[in-house]
Write a protein that binds this ligand. Sequence first.
Ligand SMILES: C[S@@+](CC[C@H](N)C(=O)[O-])C[C@H]1O[C@@H](n2cnc3c(N)ncnc32)[C@H](O)[C@@H]1O
Length: 325
Amino acid sequence: MPQEIPFFPQQEQPPGFQAFGHFPMRKQKLKSSQKLAVVWAHRLSKAERRLLASRLSNHIRMLNNSTSSTSVTNTVQSTVDSEDVKRHAKQADEWWNPSGTMKLLHTFNLLRVPFIRDGLVPPSTERTLAPLTNKSILDVGCGGGILTEALARIGANMTGIDASRELVDVAKQHSVANPKLLNHRPTYYCTTIEEHSEKFCNHYDAVVASEIIEHVTDKELFVKSCIKTLKPGGKIFITTPSRTRLAQIFIIYLSEYVCGIVPKGTHEYEKFMTPNELTFLLERNNCHVELIHGIVFNVLTNKWSFISSTDMIFAIQAVKYEAGK
Ligand SMILES: C[S@@+](CC[C@H](N)C(=O)[O-])C[C@H]1O[C@@H](n2cnc3c(N)ncnc32)[C@H](O)[C@@H]1O
């Protein structure tokens, strides 16, 4: 049996988690049946606890998925947090309102689109209006297509996938109505990355996962599946908040609860990752991390910028190793 490596090294367990075998469970959200299981589990050996924890989590995930109208066909192992997907689906009508609840994702394009472009086409090459021509890119968790369309407009052959049927419908309708996409209309699917990776193995030149990994339940499976869809030598671009107290204060308390610029309940601190954890996940899944940038949003100027500190949000660019290397 291959040895399982804990996702969070023991000393880096985020607050609110307790080690339950190797699987981190959140203390404050246990239901009574789960509490019973925890008490009972104390009588089991470590190996038995580990097995029980993983079975319980899969079971709960399957139950959650089967009651969701927005999620797609379920597999036993899934990255989907159905409650989270439903929460995002509630924003469907607001998705393309540039001053609405998705405003930050709209303005974020000014930073992330050049970041992805320069990662795929070196800045030294001659600039054209469509620098991503002939690049096939998968946008994982595309929502209503804000980033997908922006990349299509600079020439990329885009595929967007999302677990929410409502948001995929919004993305399709918006792209059909956008005359600027005439020659580069994205293809959208309502599916999860783990399902998509089964059919589209070694397929894309790049995978983009912007502001999604902090919403998934199984980060290892998520990263593995993203990388599976990449051609050898292809690149993956991820942006996500950092698991720091600073990010918790600004991204959760201030943005969601004080200023109300992000819908309440969008983020859970315990699901955030540190740059080290994400680097570790990518590198142990056949990738080499090429770049890590810190990112910050200035509420006064309404602008996003790259900074050296990765304490708030960070962007990672990694390349999948060529076969045999
Ligand atoms: C914050 S939105 C990001 C939207 C888009 N990436 C952007 O930046 O404009 C996160 C999206 O991920 C989707 N999502 C969450 N978990 C998912 C999963 N496991 N597979 C596919 N989509 C997922 C949600 O439905 C939601 O639309």
